[in-house]
Design a protein around this ligand. Structure first.
Ligand code: SF4
Length: 250
């Protein structure tokens, strides 16, 4: 018995009591800040090094739906671009994932764009079916972590379920490969209405490195309304959890 108590004591407190303000490592790359004084020459250099065309040549903005958070642009020009460790970067409108030069404000969901039936029906219980549509298991692992003893997303009644018939929505990871496109449609159709669509990770949001590949077929994403975009490569559990909490109005 004493041995067990000592083990518990050594583990310390693992449960994160406040998922909104939990500090993370300073090295974590979350919301970028781009200098308002970034020059045309610096933008050109950043565009040249960016592997996924996430930087807009016209104004130097960064699209977090495309960014792989590789940090190369910030390493090249630390005075012009830096990544903060702010993990609250989810959005419910695709255009809100673009960070402009000089923008320092926190990123939050657009309240008027949250579907009313989501909060009315799912605020106290949201069951989700995860579909890995060509994912590399990185975002999938982070999603699994969101339910572990540390993050405990289940405290809000949000859980992953085994069958789409028991789910209120789907969480898509991966760029949506051709082999998974039909399975994704079938899974979505099996979820009772009204239903939620959440994209997790840069691959799901834009295709990222795989954009334009003949092995990718993104018709589903383009033809459905998405309720929540969760950027990251992979997305951090706190980014996913805070996005869900904002969407549900918790
Ligand atoms: S951190 Fe993002 S914007 Fe910068 S080079 Fe990498 S992918 Fe491009």
């Amino acid at each position: 018995m004493l041995k067990e108590i000592k083990i518990l004591s050594d583990h310390g407190k693992q449960f994160i009591s406040d998922l909104r303000t939990q500090p993370v490592s300073a090295r974590f790359r979350g919301r970028p800040v781009i200098s308002s004084g970034i020059t045309t020459e610096e933008i050109e250099k950043a565009c040249a090094i960016c592997p996924v065309d996430a930087i807009d040549r016209r104004n130097g903005s960064i699209d977090l739906g495309r960014c792989s958070f590789c940090n190369e642009c910030a390493l090249l020009m630390p005075d012009a671009i830096r990544f903060t460790n702010d993990y609250r970067i989810a959005a419910n409108r695709r255009e809100d994932l673009t960070v402009m030069p000089g923008q320092t404000a926190a990123m939050r969901l657009e309240e008027t764009a949250v579907r009313k039936d989501i909060r009315r029906l799912f605020r106290r219980s949201l069951k989700l079916r995860q579909v890995s549509a060509g994912g590399d298991n990185s975002c999938e692992m982070e999603l699994s972590a969101s339910g572990n003893v540390n993050f405990d997303l289940g405290r809000y009644g949000v859980e992953f379920v085994a069958s789409p018939r028991h789910a209120d929505g789907i969480v898509i990871t991966g760029p949506v490969t051709e082999n998974m496109s039909e399975a994704l449609e079938i899974c979505y159709e099996a979820v009772p209405s009204p239903k939620v669509i959440i994209l997790v990770g840069t691959d799901a949001i834009s295709g990222s490195l795989f954009e334009g590949s003949p092995a990718v077929k993104r018709g589903f994403i383009e033809s459905h309304q998405v309720d929540l975009y969760v950027p990251g490569n992979p997305a951090h559990p706190l980014t996913f959890i805070n996005g869900i909490m904002d969407m549900l109005g918790l």
